[in-house]
Write a protein that binds this ligand. Structure first.
Ligand SMILES: Nc1ncnc2c1ncn2[C@@H]1O[C@H](COP(=O)(O)OP(=O)(O)OP(=O)(O)O)[C@@H](O)[C@H]1O
Length: 369
């Protein structure tokens, strides 16, 4: 196995894109069954999992509570064993590996936790140094390793602070520096931002993003938040009741969701979830005087005002904006407008043709009075 040693030099610079099929972590037909316990039946936590995390990539796994996210991540560092199928890490099948060999695998995989898991009796510096002490690295080498890491995460001035003296975001920065101490090839992030406020979340995700690009580190992150995946990942897998129901490029999956679970995560951003007042009044059949409700999805930059006013001016179509949301997914704008249009077939045909002519997907959702 080609694992990095804890004393390997820090490699900087943008890593070239991995060749196709060059996965650092690969799940092949993985099933995980927890055995029966305390009167409960056995439980299938994961099934039919086929998933590849390409070297140098950021893959987000999104799922609701109980979907199997933690189980999935624990299979990568051998804290859980697959009941069937194979988990391949850096070319080695870890499914039947001995505890001794698994220790080598774990050194090549850094882990960042939701609740940071720092030792309260150790300073920031000593927390980051801990995995190196355990690996038997000499004190001088530890210093040479830890100081640039504290610098990298923006905590050089907090090296002697104890966890109780640090904010949540700062604690997570220590957690990230500690995860990087053994020069891992992959970083597993288990809801790393779930305990943080939105602004701190963004700064931690940006830090992880720059670690990915600058150090070429492969990141597998699990989350229940669509915004986390949208901000940092390029690939996504949607986990639902132990199965991957959808996976692929983040922008493609989020802008053209195929599965109901994916749609529910996207919520208001994609216009998939209508405002309550509208959803409750929507009906399939038009009544006299109704408006037809149309969702227009746009991918990429678009001047929504110009679009609507163009339709009004060119075709004299009366347009009512009912709701709208614009966001950014994988660095590209994405959003939806929900419009009310006259419920007259000729006008509607004209409007739908107008949207299609502008490269926009438009879908009739129903009618509202
Ligand atoms: N050791 C275990 N024994 C039996 N069942 C387990 C065990 N660990 C997890 N499970 C069950 O497996 C399912 C998946 O759990 P897992 O922790 O992987 O989900 P999760 O998506 O990470 O959820 P959360 O977001 O709430 O942490 C759950 O129904 C859980 O109860």
């Amino acid at each position: 196995m080609n694992m990095l040693s804890p004393t390997a030099p820090l490699e900087r610079g943008v890593t070239p894109s991995p060749p196709p099929g060059d996965a650092l972590v690969r799940f092949e037909g993985v099933r995980k069954v927890y055995p029966p316990r305390a009167g409960n039946a056995s439980f299938v936590a994961l099934d039919h999992i086929d998933l590849s995390v390409a070297r140098g990539s950021v893959l987000g796994v999104i799922g609701r509570s109980g979907a199997g996210k933690s189980t999935l991540i624990r299979l990568v560092n051998g804290l859980e064993k697959a009941s069937a199928g194979r988990v391949i890490v850096d070319g080695a099948d870890i499914t039947g590996m001995s505890e001794r060999d698994l220790r080598g695998v774990r050194r090549a995989i850094g882990m960042v936790f939701q609740h940071f898991n720092l030792l309260s009796s150790r300073t920031a510096y000593d927390n980051v140094a801990l995995p190196l002490e355990i690996a038997g690295v000499a004190a001088a080498d530890i210093r040479r390793r830890v100081e640039p890491l504290l610098e990298l995460v923006g905590l050089a001035d907090k090296r002697d602070r104890y966890p109780a003296e640090l904010s949540g975001g700062q604690k997570q920065r220590v957690g990230i520096a500690r995860a990087l101490a053994t020069r891992p090839k992959a970083l597993l992030s288990d809801e790393a931002t779930s305990a943080l406020d939105p602004e701190t979340t963004r700064s931690i995700l940006d830090l992880l993003g720059s670690i990915n690009t600058e150090l070429g580190l492969t990141i597998l992150l699990i989350t229940h938040e669509m915004s986390v995946v949208a901000r940092i990942a390029r690939q996504v897998a949607v986990l639902d009741a132990g199965r991957i129901v959808e996976q692929g490029d983040v922008y493609d999956v989020f802008t053209r969701p195929q599965h109901a679970t994916t749609r529910s995560f996207l919520g208001a951003v994609s216009g998939q979830k209508l405002p309550g007042w509208l959803a409750g009044r929507l009906r399939a059949e038009a009544r006299p005087g109704d408006q037809t409700v149309v969702r227009v999805v746009f991918r990429g930059p678009i001047a929504t005002d110009a679009l609507v006013s163009g339709l009004v001016k060119t075709h004299g179509v009366d347009v009512n904006i009912l709701s709208g949301a614009v966001d950014e997914v994988a660095g590209r704008p994405f959003g939806a407008l929900v419009l009310g249009l006259p419920a007259d077939p000729a006008t509607l045909t004209l409007a739908l043709a107008w949207f299609a002519g502008h490269g926009l997907d438009a879908e009739v959702l129903g009618h509202v009075g």
